[in-house]
Design a protein around this ligand. Structure first.
Ligand code: PLP
Length: 406
């Protein structure tokens, strides 16, 4: 009997094939995060930044965790010998009460990068594509390497919103639509009605992920009402942005339990760091924190826009803590020249090769940004340009890292 015909051999062979596929997927899978992307095209190896550097390249919050969050970290640190799962339960209950969702619809993770990637694993495949905006946050695209999903990148509309009609038309095979609102990198919003339209017209079994990492900086309405209505939607939230906790690591996926289960099948048991949990719980209980920080960010962002306009520079008006600035020359040259001034600005996206992403820093950081940018754009910095590897956009076969410097 041929190997093909022998059921024992066949099942062993299919087991080996499945194992090989799983092993290939596992080898291909790694979680890609904003700091990796921020440094991918990079002017710098992973090493500490120079002293006094202005860091407006990774959408971090220069304010860091608020005072009560820092106190909570200090107070809980001595309990760090225990897993203390109940603290995570308390955090989830606190968030659920603030947002009016059922606690079982909320899952905590150390940041939202994990659930973004696990969703790609759960909802895309070689037959079910991953649909995203261009320019858009790239991390999810990297996860498709493990599932073999087709990546469908759809340009933003002329008003920089997600083009939901074009996204639907481009991907009848969609497994996951990724909507980031406010969008990283443009800081522009996609309306609730567009998200509803997407949900109403998507292929059956596809999910819509609404990444609300930056929502607190804007007055956009949340998509959590669609979660409450049991739609095929997963909302992501993170404490890395307005709450200033990128290094502490806390975030949520919010969806109906059946969708959460599909994602958490890939995350396994992941204990939360209790310092992050304590800081997040304390932050949620501060009724003024979000409003105060939104006000600070908006004031500095709008002052920066005023300065840019007055000086004749073009940018995409943003509602978030980052924006795209058109340098009208190859972005990598500007990034290098700015770095030489000790001002580290964000990356370009291949679709917009002359734009750079700027994170809104503190007032004094933005003043240093303005002085450096004026200097660079006036041409005075030409001599400071350093030879750097060419930026060719993100390489989906791996993060593009700079060649070793001699
Ligand atoms: N989603 C978006 C749009 C982001 O920009 C980021 C980080 O910058 C994340 C998710 C993930 O953030 P974290 O893993 O720090 O929660």
């Amino acid at each position: 009997m041929s190997v093909e015909g022998n059921p024992a051999c066949r099942s062993r062979r299919s087991f080996l094939q499945v194992s090989a596929t799983a092993a290939a997927a596992a080898a291909a899978f790694r979680i890609v995060t904003e700091p990796m992307l921020a440094n991918a095209d990079s002017l710098r190896d992973p090493r500490p930044y120079p002293k006094d550097a202005v860091l407006i390249n990774a959408n971090e919050n220069p304010l860091g965790p608020c005072g009560i969050a820092c106190d909570a970290v200090n107070n809980v640190a001595s309990q760090g010998g225990r897993y203390s799962d109940w603290l995570t339960t308390d955090l989830i209950k606190t968030f659920a009460a603030v947002e009016g969702v059922k606690p079982e619809y909320v899952h905590a993770f150390p940041g939202s990068s994990g659930p973004l990637h696990y969703s790609v694993l759960a909802f895309t495949s070689a037959m079910r594509s991953y649909v995203t905006a261009d320019p858009g946050y790239e991390a999810g695209m990297h996860a498709t390497k493990a599932t073999g999903a087709r990546i469908v990148k759809v340009p933003l509309t002329s008003t920089y919103t997600h083009d939901v009609k074009a996204m639907l038309a481009a991907a009848p095979d969609a497994g996951m639509f990724y909507i980031c609102s406010p969008n990283n990198p443009t800081g522009t919003l996609t309306s609730h009605s567009d998200i509803e339209f997407l949900l109403a017209n998507k292929p059956k079994d596809a999910i819509v992920m609404v990444d609300e990492a930056y929502i607190h900086f804007s007055d956009a309405s949340t998509a959590l009402d669609l979660v409450k209505a049991d739609k095929d939607v997963v909302v992501l939230r993170t404490f890395s942005k307005i709450y200033g906790m990128a290094g502490l690591r806390c975030g949520f996926a919010i969806a109906r339990p059946e969708l959460l289960e599909k994602m958490t099948a890939f995350s396994g048991w992941s204990a939360m760091p209790i310092t992050a949990v304590a800081a997040a719980t304390a932050s949620l209980k501060d009724p003024q924190l979000v409003a105060d920080r939104r006000h600070i960010n908006t004031t500095i962002r709008e002052a920066t826009f005023e300065w840019l306009s007055k000086n004749g520079y073009s940018f995409v008006p943003s509602k978030s803590n980052c924006f795209m600035l058109d340098t009208k020359r190859p972005a990598k040259d500007v990034i290098a020249a700015m770095a030489a001034q000790n001002v580290f600005i964000g990356r370009p996206w291949p679709i917009w090769p002359t734009h750079v992403r700027i994170t809104v820093g503190t007032q004094s950081e933005m003043e240093r940004f303005q002085a450096a940018f004026q200097h660079v754009m006036s041409g005075n910095a030409a001599a400071e340009l350093r030879p750097e590897p060419a930026y060719s956009g993100l390489n989906l076969d791996g993060i593009v890292l700079p060649a070793a410097r001699s």
